[in-house]
Design a protein. Structure first.
Length: 222
């Protein structure tokens, strides 16, 4: 009878670097209070004049996606471009990126955004303008289909290392900017704040980045 071979601890190895990582970048803008004050004013006025569009929003207001072309939002656009230049350096991009579209989201109490991703883009993100307490986290899901196909039973989430989490929740904080790969499924939890009226509005701005070279190639082929 053959002797059973049991791997010893010294034979057990794992690469320190993880392959196929999913990076998520974030930062808090330094002059967010002044920026957000103007954004709230302009977005509220826009919402009163425009019924918006129906997309992933469930009960909330979703503006048209030409926000990046409006002069009043240039200060935020400047910050987005500055931050994403750093992302491009980290990711080894050889061509610049630009914002292809941008829009405002207003979620009053009881509203949310269903699960979705952003096709035909490389990077997507959100900037938080107004965030009352308990107004709905951003939930980002594990993009690997293999894990969904054979989901294992695991110990409680609080004891798992971050690399084993199946989804990550980001609490919205006014002045915070988050950028992630556009292929990531994500959604926004229901706004459960106890604030009433406009005080309870969750206001955010979403956007997409695309690489300049990819845009040129796509338009050349048309």
């Amino acid at each position: 009878m053959e002797k059973e071979i049991i791997a010893k601890p010294k034979d057990f190895k794992r690469h320190l670097d993880l392959f196929f990582p999913t990076p998520i970048y974030w930062c808090d803008l330094t002059d967010a209070n002044n920026l957000n004050e103007n954004l709230i004013k302009n977005i509220e006025e826009w919402k009163e004049k425009d019924k918006g569009v129906k997309n992933t929003n469930q009960g909330g207001w979703h503006s048209t996606t030409d926000m990046h072309l409006k002069k009043e939002y240039e200060p935020l656009l400047k910050e987005l471009n500055k931050f994403h230049k750093q992302v491009c350096v980290e990711e080894g991009y050889v061509h610049p990126t630009f914002v292809s579209n941008m829009w405002a989201n207003v979620n009053p109490p009881g509203c949310s955004n269903r699960t979705h991703l952003h096709p035909n883009c490389q990077w997507s993100g959100v900037y938080y303008v107004k965030t009352p307490e308990d107004c709905g986290d951003l939930i980002v899901e594990d993009p690997r289909p293999g894990y969904a196909m054979t989901a294992p039973q695991q110990i409680s989430t609080g004891k798992l290392p971050l690399r084993l989490l199946r989804n990550v929740a980001y609490m919205p904080i006014a002045g915070r900017l988050i950028i992630f790969p556009s292929f990531l499924n994500h959604y926004v939890d229901t706004n459960k704040t106890k604030e009433e009226g406009k005080k309870g509005w969750r206001i955010s701005i979403s956007f997409n980045f695309i690489q300049m070279a990819s845009y040129r190639i796509a338009n050349t082929e048309k």
